[in-house]
Write a protein that binds this ligand. Structure first.
Ligand code: ATP
Ligand code: MG
Length: 444
């Protein structure tokens, strides 16, 4: 892709309305454009990143055996009246009337709708567990939308739902998601800590929020630093192994402020390991038993002829929020250098030819290198403008492809100047460059 033909509307300076660095960068390089308060269009650069995040989230759901469906954004109020949440949900719910005067709503979450789908066809314990997810836009009329896509009104979420025959089986499902989330965030090159959390309007009694540390986060967290050493490597998707994983994490104090207890914190955590800081919630999992299945009559036949309401959990990941969360974690705003993890980078490499008027040598070289890279499934962007070197580097540092190739007039035929974005460059053969990039890509 040539920069001159791309739809990447870059701004010279930071937009003054943006208070945190992810919002600044996203507006600066034109990843998003606000259409009204808390509602955004996603432009090519932002959309590419979000779609890559979505795909990783999807793959990790599929790996633990969750099946993908797609539910609509618009729901009928009927099912929400059945569960009793139509009134409880309050002003965050966007309520709509259709031409027949029927009460509809734009879904803020999908417990009711998925329970309705489940109860229509699953009748026996033999079909359990059922694990379903979808990735769909949600709308919550937040009181104070802010920080760009971090807390907006329309956002993209992966939400999954589990249906089980007993508490024991439901905890097994819960723990599968626990592992799946750790694996997902790791592939995004993020360290997310699972923290005991309040269940809020979703209800229930067991819940973890997955939080990544960031000064600009909205969640206050209290944790034992030792929790960062826990690893989910080698965990199998099997009851005992998953229980052990949860225990390994739960050994350490890690809570958000709703669950904070000063005495408990000081008793459980030695002084030098106490960490009080802020973080961004990127995922949230809940177990809530029969909170929805009971009022909505979602039951199955048990062995011996008895019937019981299914035990449910729900599991959310903020797919669009993750775009911002990755920027908060990776963007060096002092030096204005963004380096996307290669797993979600909009481009793998920026090619930066130093173009002089009346001399196309560097651009021709860039085109040839580009052809080679594309043959190797490497995604590229070429800065084909005739701006000076420092302004080209500046722009490419903001776009944030993790690697850069610089082509000067003197670049010898078989050597190119190659660097990791933000680091020193070295001269390498193109084959070596391709090898390095490919190796980075397969790691993810
Ligand atoms: P929060 O505490 O941040 O309001 P929540 O607990 O209401 O979030 P959930 O219902 O658990 O959120 O939603 C699952 C995920 O969706 C959250 O972990 C978060 O990543 C994302 N999310 C929730 N609300 C928003 C929002 N207004 N804008 C962007 N992402 C959001
Ligand atoms: Mg939450």
């Amino acid at each position: 892709m040539y920069l001159t033909k791309s739809f990447i509307p870059i701004l010279k300076n930071n937009p003054s309305e943006a208070k945190i660095k992810s919002h600044q960068l996203m507006l600066r390089v034109g990843m998003i454009k606000q259409s009204s308060a808390g509602i955004y269009s996603w432009l090519p650069l932002g959309f590419k990143v979000m779609k890559k995040i979505e795909q990783i989230v999807r793959e990790e759901q599929n790996k633990i055996g969750v099946q993908e469906i797609l539910m609509p954004t618009i729901q009928s109020s009927e099912i929400w009246k059945e569960s009793g949440r139509y009134d409880d949900y309050g002003e965050e719910m966007l309520r709509i009337k259709d031409r027949q005067d029927r009460e509809m709503l734009y879904g803020p979450t999908n417990e009711e709708l998925v329970t309705d789908i489940f109860r229509a066809s699953v009748k026996s314990y033999k079909s359990l567990p059922q694990l379903l997810y979808h990735i769909q836009w949600k709308f919550r009329d937040e009181v104070r939308p802010r920080f760009g896509i971090m807390r907006c009104r329309e956002f993209y979420m992966k939400d999954a739902y589990s249906f089980d025959v007993s508490d024991e089986e439901a905890f097994f499902s819960y723990n599968k998601f626990f592992l799946s989330y750790l694996r997902t965030f790791k592939r995004l090159d993020l360290t997310a800590i699972p923290m005991a959390a309040d269940t809020g309007p979703i209800g229930g009694n067991l819940s973890h929020e997955f939080i990544i540390l960031a000064d600009t986060g909205e969640s206050k967290i209290f944790t034992d630093k030792e929790i960062f050493k826990v690893s989910s490597d080698n965990t199998k998707v099997e009851k005992k192994s998953l229980e052990d994983l949860r225990k390994k994490y739960e050994k350490f104090y890690a809570v958000t402020d709703e669950k904070f207890d000063k005495k408990e914190f000081e008793n459980k955590v030695i002084e030098e390991n106490r960490l009080i800081t802020k973080g961004i919630e990127v995922g949230h999992i809940f177990y809530f038993g029969d909170k929805y299945s009971k009022p909505m009559g979602a039951s199955v036949d048990l062995p011996g002829g008895r019937k019981d309401f299914v035990k449910m959990g729900s599991y959310g990941v903020g797919v669009s929020r993750l775009v911002g969360a990755i920027i908060e974690a990776k963007y060096d705003d002092k030096n204005e250098v963004m380096k996307w993890p290669i797993s979600v980078a909009p481009y793998d490499v920026s090619i930066i030819p130093m173009i002089n008027k009346n001399d196309n040598t560097a651009l021709e070289k860039a085109n040839n290198i580009n052809d080679e890279l594309i043959k190797n499934n490497i995604e590229t962007i070429i800065d084909d403008t005739d701006e000076n070197f420092s302004s080209k580097i500046k722009k490419m540092n903001l776009i944030g492809a993790p690697f850069q190739i610089i082509i000067g007039k003197q670049t010898q035929d078989d050597l190119v100047e190659f660097k990791e974005t933000g680091q020193e460059s070295k001269k390498l053969k193109l084959e070596e460059v391709i090898k390095i990039i490919k190796e980075e890509k397969v790691k993810n």
